[in-house]
Design a protein around this ligand. Structure first.
Ligand code: BGP
Length: 461
């Protein structure tokens, strides 16, 4: 029997999570990272004052969680390694306790026929390195490459799919432009340098991996297609610049090995090119990714600025465009983000047409819901809205595959409700809900729906 939406053989069905959001910072031996520090110094910046020490306790309950993953048909799962756990302080001796923990998790996944995808950096800079300037400081690049090499050496015999960074633009936006991550700096010059050093670190890790290992290595980018308000030249230009800053500043160097010429000339025009070193260009060019993870939540809608650019105030990407609230756009009423399912198709077509049809997969997509307990019925969360959300996105993903896009899988954000940076437990995304008092996990309705989809490798509609 063929289904209406039948996915290719060996399609990756799974979900993603990160170390800081699930392990529990007080569990086991772990150095401090910026989240521990920020929470200790400014707890009121976190939703309901809840910090990274209150998590779903994956550190102690990974066996049960992996069993649950298997029960809903996962064949792949993306986790991250905490740098500050593997190498407390960021440089120096590897922590044996962490090696045991990550070995156990990786082995448990494999024993359950779930292929581990491992990401190295998910917003969690070790505090000692942030104190030395974090990604502002080029020396941190070497520390990161050392960490990456240790991870490859320790786990590379079993882990064959690696990622260098998750959403590298987020620490740039949050930490250096819009004040929603530590170190809460607002300075575009520093932001650009931080983004640049991140990509140098990325390329060096790719290089090191290819020199020593035999699997694949990529990067996970949050791509937010930029749609202009109208086809008039000013709106088109605004949308193009927004795309340069928020998508192509990472996508182009990662996949094509070079920054877009338009971005370079714009930064040059405004005197904001980053400091570079000899050999950087070649490094980027020679070390492009094997595959790309795409996180897609929402699009950007953009219009021209009334006065362009604003000559007062310091340089910011926002000089060049305004956000546009398109009338009638579909919204997630429980989180506040726009839902535009076709965006997933537009991203994949763009990768096919302009990025050599690079192997890719949806590494995060999901629907955050506030106060999700309101949908509790007979002990289970009836999240039909999430089923609808996933299904509509999968339809567009399927269409892109039928048109030749090189898409290998779909991962939901996230496996079970988890702590999320300064939003803490505000928005719930999981297939499983978690009672934080008892740590009891309960499958939501979407979990059983997804189990059917992954077991049949598709669905009817
Ligand atoms: C992505 C991150 C995840 C997660 C998710 C949901 O950008 O990669 O780590 O945080 O967003 O975010 P939120 O809880 O803020 O809705």
């Amino acid at each position: 029997m063929t289904l209406n939406y039948q996915f290719p053989k060996n399609f990756w069905w799974g979900s993603a999570a990160s170390a800081t959001q699930t392990e529990g910072s007080n569990n086991g031996v772990k150095g401090k990272d910026i989240w521990d520090h920020w929470y200790a110094t400014e707890p009121n910046r976190f939703f309901e004052n809840v910090g990274p020490d209150t998590t779903s306790d994956f550190y102690n309950r990974y066996q049960e969680d992996i069993k649950n993953m298997k029960s809903i048909g996962h064949n792949t799962f993306r986790m991250s390694i905490s740098w500050a756990r593997l190498i407390p302080g960021g440089v120096g001796k590897v922590n044996d306790d962490a090696v045991i923990f990550y070995n156990n998790v990786i082995n448990e996944l494999i024993a359950n026929d779930i292929e581990p995808f491992v990401n190295l950096f998910h917003f969690d800079m070790p505090l000692e390195l942030q104190d030395q300037g974090g990604w502002e400081n080029r020396d941190v690049v070497e520390a990161y490459v050392n960490y990456a090499n240790e991870a490859f050496r320790l786990f590379g015999d079993r882990v064959k799919t690696w990622f260098t960074f998750n959403e590298p633009i987020v620490p740039v936006e949050g930490g250096y432009l819009y004040d929603f991550h530590y170190p809460n700096v607002v300075d575009a010059r520093k932001a650009i340098q931080v983004g640049y050093h991140t990509m140098i670190a990325h390329a060096k890790a790719v290089q090191a991996y290819h020199q020593t290992q035999d699997g694949k290595i990529g990067i996970v980018l949050n791509l937010t297609p930029s749609y202009p308000r109208s086809q008039n030249p000013a709106d088109l230009k605004a949308s193009h610049i927004c795309d340069l800053f928020f998508n192509r500043s990472f996508l182009d160097p990662a996949v094509k090995g070079e920054y877009p010429a338009d971005l370079i000339s714009l930064l040059e025009e405004y005197g904001h090119l980053p400091h570079t070193e000899e050999g950087d260009k070649e490094l980027l060019k020679e070390n492009t990714v094997d595959l790309l993870g795409v996180n897609y939540y929402q699009p950007r809608r953009v219009q021209a600025k009334a006065h362009l650019p604003n000559p007062y105030g310091p340089f910011m990407p926002d000089w060049f465009f305004d956000n546009y609230e398109m009338p009638g756009r579909k919204m997630n009423p429980y989180r506040g983000w726009e839902i535009y399912e076709k965006g997933i198709y537009d991203i994949m077509i763009n990768l096919k047409e302009n990025y050599g049809n690079i192997e890719s997969f949806i590494s995060e997509n999901g629907m955050g819901v506030q106060n999700e307990e309101r949908f509790l019925k007979d002990g289970r969360i009836e999240d039909d809205y999430r089923i609808e959300f996933i299904k509509e996105h999968l339809k567009w993903l399927h269409k892109s595959i039928t048109e030749g896009c090189n898409v290998k899988g779909y991962h939901l954000w996230t496996f079970m409700d988890n702590w999320s940076w300064s939003n803490a437990y505000k928005n719930r995304y999981g297939f499983f809900s978690v009672n934080l008092a008892t740590q009891e996990r309960t499958a939501k309705k979407s979990a059983s729906w997804f189990a059917d989809v992954s077991k049949q490798n598709g669905f009817n509609d």
